[in-house]
Design a protein around this ligand. Structure first.
Ligand SMILES: Nc1ncnc2c1ncn2[C@@H]1O[C@H](COP(=O)(O)OP(=O)(O)OP(=O)(O)O)[C@@H](O)[C@H]1O
Ligand SMILES: [Mg+2]
Length: 243
């Protein structure tokens, strides 16, 4: 589980993340929603121990992300957008295996985990090809597999389906749902409202580093008396932009 407590990050004078609080239980999926520059990636990078908070902290399975960063790293699976950093000259399988070995997994466990991931992420066709010439979607799936081959209990995904076609997005979404079933606590950011509605238990709306609202989709629809989440989002953010 994840507990975020008064998390802040200031870059020079920008309050990129400004006193954020939320919890994610085991078997729960939280979607971070916000405009460009809202602070989603910065929040996820701090939770992933890649960036030190200016103040506040968070706990992953009860372990402080600052004091126990090393231990926390072994319990999280992280995936950030942009260049996914695979080794072009290695095959998909070798890329995943290499990362698993770095995490100290046994041969048998690696085999079992990779077999499961190949099936779940629909990678049979190209698992033994070098990744250099892979399409964006193929690379993204390999990156996802690599990020969670060590079977982490907490997953932090920054726009995991960005740039993927409908089929590939579905595969990734279904995979995230499967991880939820297995008891993972999952946080991911997205710009796709449909995706958020489909898989999230709760939504956290971030704007200029602050949380505007947290709740289930039903909560948002009830409170704002609208069916369309995109409209609700625009209302929330629009009101803030006018201030
Ligand atoms: N390393 C950095 N140095 C300076 N400012 C930064 C740095 N990283 C992020 N910021 C600033 O922090 C703010 C939040 O950025 P962040 O990347 O977290 O937004 P985001 O919600 O992920 O946006 P997007 O949807 O575009 O990915 C922005 O104003 C950004 O310019
Ligand atoms: Mg971002």
């Amino acid at each position: 589980m994840i507990e975020v407590n008064n998390l802040c990050k200031t870059f020079k004078k920008i309050n990129a993340v400004d006193n954020i609080n939320f919890n994610v239980g085991d078997g729960e999926i939280i979607g971070l929603l916000g405009e460009n520059g809202a602070g989603k990636t910065t929040t996820l990078r701090m939770l992933a121990t890649m960036l030190k908070p200016s103040s506040g902290t968070a706990k992953i399975n009860g372990k402080d992300i600052i004091k126990k960063a090393g231990e926390v790293r072994g319990e999280i699976g992280i995936l950030f957008g942009g260049e996914v950093g695979l080794y072009d000259r290695l095959t998909a399988r070798e890329n995943i295996k290499y990362f698993a070995e770095l995490n100290g997994m046994s041969k048998e466990k690696i085999e079992k985990s990779i077999t499961y991931l190949i099936k779940k992420l629909d990678m049979e066709e190209y698992i033994d090809r070098r990744v250099g010439k892979f399409s964006k979607g193929m690379k993204q799936k390999v990156a996802i597999a690599r990020s969670i081959v060590h079977e982490p209990s907490v997953m932090l995904f920054d726009e995991p389906t960005s740039g993927l076609d409908v089929t590939a997005s579905r595969v990734v979404q279904n995979f995230i749902l499967e991880c939820k079933k297995n008891g993972c606590a999952i946080v991911f950011s997205s710009h796709t409202m449909q995706e958020v509605e489909r898989i999230c238990d709760k939504i956290v709306v971030i704007h200029k580093g602050k949380i505007l609202e947290t709740g289930t989709i039903e909560y948002f629809k009830e409170k704002y008396q609208k069916e369309d989440m995109e409209e609700i989002f625009m209302m929330l953010v629009g009101d803030e932009n006018e201030k």
